[in-house]
Design a protein around this ligand. Structure first.
Ligand code: F6P
Length: 327
């Protein structure tokens, strides 16, 4: 039987994602409901090291469910990679009597949480907060739905102008290691080609398909590429296409950080609320060092070490479907 948690800390870490505020709100309000004290740790693990930790109450999280970004701010902490940094951070939690932690973030953030739990025995729970949707053990991550809808809205607009000029557009979306934004936004906008890090699509293959389309006068084409694709991104691809298919009128758009901001979608607010609520219940029930996810519409708890190590796989069927639908 694990010791009852009494004071919890909550932090957001890594790249922000729309819905993080809704998750913070759910964690704080659920903790207060169970008479726990709650502390907000600012700027991710950096704030933990620098003792930037403040008590939170119900009002601290009023009027934030609809806001993008994160009221706790976020960071990618280099110092936390070192044991010394983590020791300092843990000591700051100890001074406040914090005996449980909710970490909202992605893979790197969970690595930090896992280290805190193995090195210092601190009960931690992770919430998948990343636009990349690249975490094992959950069908969705907080922020993905909003980000992908932002991308779709932008790509639809690009298609209008592409169509008007009979142009080929190469649109780069976020995803250093994961292609889910590219895959979903590409399918939803009828993209002719989608390039993602998980699937080894050669540029040659893409040139072949564009050549064939050029021959039959299909000149309006959208290529969606995840920033982490082995080609090096949209600008590189455009260079190759311009050399190989000089008659194609080619343009590049890099969507960038616009995908990380904005009001969270209804879907992201709802999953963030569910996950935040269950994170606190999980800490209270002694289900520690897990990531709280949603799988087949039910809560799913994956040990942090597995969530960090395992990868979501992209089923081959997806790429086959993309080819068929964009012919
Ligand atoms: O949070 C994930 C992510 O948005 C990736 O898709 C992207 O590669 C990376 O963060 C960008 O990070 P930064 O904002 O630090 O440049």
């Amino acid at each position: 039987m694990s010791k009852q948690v009494k004071k919890i800390g909550v932090l957001t870490s890594g790249g922000d994602s729309p819905g993080m505020n809704a998750a913070i709100r759910a964690v704080v309000r659920t903790a207060l409901y169970y008479d726990l004290e709650v502390y907000g740790v600012y700027r991710g693990y950096n704030g933990m090291i620098e003792n930037d930790i403040e008590p939170m109450n119900s009002r601290s999280v009023a009027n934030i469910i609809q806001k993008g970004g994160t009221i706790l701010k976020t960071a990618r902490s280099k110092e936390f990679f070192d044991h010394e940094g983590r020791k300092k951070a843990f000591h700051n939690l100890q001074k406040k009597g914090i005996d449980g932690l909710v970490v909202i973030g992605g893979n790197g953030s969970f690595t930090g949480a896992e280290k805190l739990s193995t090195e210092f025995g601190l009960p931690c729970v992770g919430l998948p907060g990343t636009i990349d949707k690249d975490l094992y053990g959950t069908d969705f991550t907080i922020g993905f739905d909003t980000a992908v809808n932002t991308a779709v809205e932008a790509i639809d607009k690009i298609r209008d102008t592409a169509d008007a000029h009979d142009r080929l557009f190469i649109v780069e979306v976020m995803g250093r290691h994961a292609g889910y934004i590219a895959l979903h936004s590409g399918v939803a906008t009828g993209a002719e080609n989608i390039l993602i890090p998980e699937v080894d699509t050669s540029i040659e293959e893409m040139i072949e398909s564009l050549t064939e389309k050029e021959k039959r006068k299909k000149l309006v084409n959208l290529v969606i590429v995840a920033e982490g694709h082995s080609s090096g991104g949209a600008t590189n691809i455009a260079k190759i296409i311009t050399q190989r298919l000089p008659n194609m009128d080619t343009r590049v758009t890099i969507l960038g950080h616009i995908q990380r901001g904005g009001a969270p979608s209804c879907f992201d607010r709802v999953i963030a609320s569910r996950m935040g609520y269950h994170a606190v219940e999980s800490l209270l029930e002694g289900r520690h060092n897990v990531m709280v996810g949603i799988y087949n519409n039910a809560m799913n708890y994956t040990p942090l070490e597995i969530a960090i190590r395992e990868k979501q796989r992209v089923n081959d069927d997806w790429m086959k479907m993309v080819k068929i639908l964009a012919s």
